[in-house]
Design a protein around this ligand. Structure first.
Ligand SMILES: [Zn+2]
Length: 147
């Protein structure tokens, strides 16, 4: 711990064990001032963690007991996989939807190209190019599928 002389402010680094909890008479070697030094109360961080509220602990105990009872009922060999590992219903559909969303946006731009051109003349050229490209793609797709 760090000791500081109250008279001349000289500082001393001493071992914690050198000062008992009840304190001890010390003397500054710089100015000769003597005083009774008591160690600082321990930091809050050093204190053991506060006990959980009783009702919460009771809740945990109930949970554990219920789980144990369930395991006994099912037989310890048949442990059900955690819910998170089970395949989620609708996960594939959601994934498909997310994958299709950008396509839907592009399709929307394509479908509304004329309207966008009318409302935003600055966008007319890039949108026309985009629409042309989509037309080309459609023709290519059509030809490819026809073969
Ligand atoms: Zn001193």
């Amino acid at each position: 711990m760090r000791l500081r002389c109250p008279t001349c402010a000289a500082e001393y680094e001493i071992e914690d064990a050198a000062i008992p909890e009840a304190g001890r008479d010390v003397q500054c070697s710089a100015c000769g001032h003597g005083w009774h030094h008591r160690p600082q109360p321990r930091l809050v961080l050093d204190a053991p963690p506060a006990a959980a509220p009783t009702d919460f602990r009771a809740f945990l105990r109930e949970e554990a007991e219920r789980e144990a009872a369930q395991r006994r009922a099912e037989g310890s060999s048949a442990i059900a996989p955690p819910a998170a590992e089970r395949p989620k219903k609708g996960g594939f559909v959601a994934g498909m939807f997310l994958a299709l969303l950008p396509l839907a946006v592009l399709a929307g731009i394509y479908a509304g190209a004329a309207q966008i051109k009318a409302q935003a003349p600055g966008l007319a050229e890039p949108i026309q190019r985009y629409a042309d490209a989509v037309d080309q793609g459609r023709r290519w797709l059509h030809d490819t599928l026809d073969r």
